[in-house]
Design a protein around this ligand. Structure first.
Ligand SMILES: [Zn+2]
Length: 398
């Protein structure tokens, strides 16, 4: 294993497979056989398991002169998409359309500039529409000799079958709590107690664990979500809880998208500022107005997706809580995601039956599906809260 792979934790089988591919890629360049290497890969794994990291490490190892030394320019820039021969493609939109796929294929046809391979990483390959599929398929079937496609998706089933069948599968597993805690301590300097909490609370999502370990505000938001099940005494309080959850998610989404929006708008003005001073003013105005309309549309889509992602995160946190309740009810010999809330969770466990908890977990899973299916987030949250409602709260406080 070369040093570049150290960033990918808890995925030794993947590191082994992809390292072998990098060695064989070298053989192929010399005109020798290299069966471990191929032109199209599909990296799958649950969100936060390290799909982008795996793709970035693989890309770096392919363009690094020493198969991934971890310190050279190529190793540092490739995972961030800053290397001329590595493109990291992601979308803010809900899907990739035909035009996006055509542009991708065109870019993939270009020969590499400074290394042997041109690597195209497509994050969210699950967002490829049925119509875009055939365009990409042709490029996967007949790739230029130096092009390597690395597609990423949550699971094989999320990718169009025709595309999945043309790729070599690299399945990631959910990293263990111990692996994540170790990463936080060793690579991010987090103290052990906080690292253990963040690793547990993240439920296997490395990015979430990093945020929980490093950001007080993120921890506070999570605490607010964890209090929700204790406030759902009746239908009106369910509606209040739904509105509060959506407001918090919207705030957090804004904190992510506002700086991006501002940077893009400033970039657009800088780009067209000169044009507006140029001779052909009418044409310049038309161009500026068309570009602004396009940008506003893109930003709106990104905000919508960011809010949905934040609501989904809240729902996942609640799933962890009810999973703990079920574990207590069934006396399952497993650690709790929310060990620090054990006394409160034990109360919840005592005043309901495992069946009730199972029903609530189903409602949470259903809410996640609704968010994917573009149901209005407030409606999804309201019906979810009503399903989670706990009449015991009112009786207990009466
Ligand atoms: Zn290197």
């Amino acid at each position: 294993m070369t040093p570049v792979w150290e960033r990918l934790i808890g995925q030794q089988h993947v590191v082994d497979d992809l390292s072998r591919a990098v060695v064989d890629a070298e053989h192929i360049r010399r005109g020798e056989p290299g069966p471990a290497m191929t032109h199209a890969w599909l990296i799958t794994g649950p969100p936060g398991s390290g799909r982008s990291t795996a793709a970035g490490c693989f890309a770096a190892a392919l363009v690094c002169p020493e198969d991934g030394c971890g310190v050279c320019d190529a190793c540092r820039t490739a995972p961030l998409g800053g290397h001329p021969d590595v493109e990291i493609v992601s979308t803010d939109r809900l899907s990739y359309g035909v035009d996006d796929a055509r542009e991708l294929v065109l870019r993939a046809s270009m020969a590499p500039i400074s290394s042997p391979w041109h690597v195209i990483v497509v994050e969210d390959a699950d967002r490829m529409t049925e119509k875009a599929g055939p365009v990409l398929l042709k490029a996967l079937e007949e790739p230029p000799p130096h092009t390597v496609w690395v597609l990423c998706a949550p699971s094989v089933e999320d990718v169009l079958p025709t595309i999945a069948s043309r790729t070599r599968l690299v399945p990631l597993i959910t990293p263990t709590t111990a692996d994540i805690a170790q990463l936080l301590v060793e690579h991010h300097g987090v103290d052990l107690a906080l690292a253990s909490f963040a690793a547990r609370a993240s439920q296997g999502h490395i990015g979430r664990a990093r945020a929980l370990a490093s950001d007080e505000h993120v921890r506070m938001r999570r605490q607010e979500v964890m209090r929700v099940p204790f406030d759902l005494a009746d239908v009106p309080s369910c509606f209040v809880a739904a509105a509060n959850l959506l407001a918090a998610a919207t705030d957090d989404a804004k904190a992510i998208t506002d700086p991006l929006d501002q940077a893009e708008s400033a970039g657009l003005m800088a780009q067209f500022g000169d044009l507006l001073d140029a001779a052909s003013k009418a044409r310049a105005k038309r161009l500026t107005s068309a570009a602004t309309t396009e940008l506003v549309k893109k930003q709106k889509t990104r905000r919508t997706r960011a809010v949905r992602d934040q609501v989904d995160r809240e729902v996942v946190d609640l799933m962890g809580l009810y999973r703990d309740v079920l574990a207590i009810q069934l006396e399952a010999p497993v650690g709790l995601v929310n060990e620090e809330l054990r006394p409160q969770l034990t109360q919840l466990a005592e005043r309901s039956m495992p069946n009730d908890t199972g029903r609530r977990l189903q409602a949470l899973a259903h809410a996640r599906q609704q968010l994917v299916a573009a149901v209005v987030p407030l409606l999804a949250l309201e019906s979810l809260m009503v399903e989670l409602k706990d009449p015991w709260i009112r009786l207990a406080s009466a």
